[in-house]
Design a protein around this ligand. Structure first.
Ligand code: CUA
Length: 317
């Protein structure tokens, strides 16, 4: 931290930080201007038009169309600017680039558990390369937390049973705070960590140091066998469950006639509550895995299913 600067604001260390700040300062400027204008007006009018004698009675005023139009359209224009500008920043924040690397974030009283696409796990620390978009898939094991990196201007709730997404692209090497921004119990204030932004080469060196871990896809593949998923979801269509190859991200038709996109949330629900959305043509025979599989294992299973290629021949046709 530069000691000469009063640290009212965290550093700007991601591509969206300056966008968020520009919008924020615009709001501050507009609201300050009107607060001052109104306060000054109140004081000025109170003095200028004060009652000078008890006998004085002011003239009646009928109103002014020009004045009313002015105080309607100027604020309207300003709020439209705020809305359009805000929407642009909102979309930018909420649309991770396609080439992002995936990092999973699991909040737990009272720590952050993070995993890299190559399998490295970290607790309360996240090493990322400079200049590369990183997509965070955020969930929680117990209560609601909120994953907050002030220097990147991102903050997203970690909600049990749900996957939230955030992304950033770091623009400065260095170490920045990770905070929990949702009161989650006695040690909420200690639920802090840091994100370490490294040059791309240093990041590769960092990844290569330490034992080679199991990647989420490999771990998911192992779990798929260990948990006996493989006996029903066989890739040869001879099982009792639907084949999972190539389904991720695509629409799936359900028994109920509706269809649902097979995204991370759907896969998770199907593992924990298989009867909720049964695929058309199958029976609700799958047992629940509620309580038998951790959030991290589910994320690994999702990574594995996401990685399964389309079958070469459409089965059953
Ligand atoms: Cu976790 Cu506050």
């Amino acid at each position: 931290m530069n000691p000469q600067s009063l640290p009212l604001f965290p550093p700007q260390a991601s591509t969206i930080a300056s966008e968020v700040d520009a919008l924020y300062f615009f709001h501050i400027a507009v609201t300050s201007f009107f607060s001052l204008l109104i306060a000054a007006g109140v004081v000025y009018f109170a003095i200028r038009y004060r009652r000078r004698s008890n006998a004085e009675s002011p003239p009646e005023i009928e109103g002014s169309l020009a004045l009313e139009l002015t105080w309607t359209f100027i604020p309207l224009l300003i709020t439209i600017v705020m809305f359009v500008w805000g929407a642009q920043v909102f979309f930018h924040i909420n649309r991770p680039p396609d080439n992002s690397m995936n990092v999973s974030v699991v909040g737990k009283r009272w720590m952050w558990k993070l995993q890299h696409p190559t399998g490295q796990r970290e607790i309360n620390e996240l090493h990322v390369p400079l200049g590369r978009p990183v997509r965070l898939t955020i969930t929680s094991e117990d209560t609601i937390h909120s994953f907050f990196i002030p220097a990147f201007r991102i903050k997203k709730d970690a909600v049990p049973g749900r996957y939230n997404t955030a992304w950033f692209e770091a623009t400065k090497a260095g170490s920045f705070h990770i905070l929990c921004a949702e009161y989650c119990g006695t040690e909420h204030a200690k639920m802090i960590g840091r994100v370490v932004v490294m040059e791309a080469d240093d990041y590769q060196t960092w990844l290569a140091g330490g034992p080679t871990p199991e990647s989420p896809i490999k771990a998911g593949e192992r779990l798929f066998v260990e948990m006996n998923c493989v006996t029903c979801h066989r890739p040869d269509s001879a099982g009792r469950g639907p084949i999972l190859n190539g389904i991720f991200g695509r629409a799936v038709r359900l028994q109920s006639g509706e269809s649902v996109v097979a995204d991370a949330a759907y896969v998770r629900e199907s593992i924990l509550n298989p009867a909720a959305k049964v695929v058309a043509g199958y029976q609700p025979v799958m047992p629940t895995y509620q309580g038998q599989v951790s959030e991290e294992s589910i994320l690994n299973l999702i990574a594995y299913i996401r990685s399964l290629p389309m079958p070469a021949v459409e089965p059953g046709k």
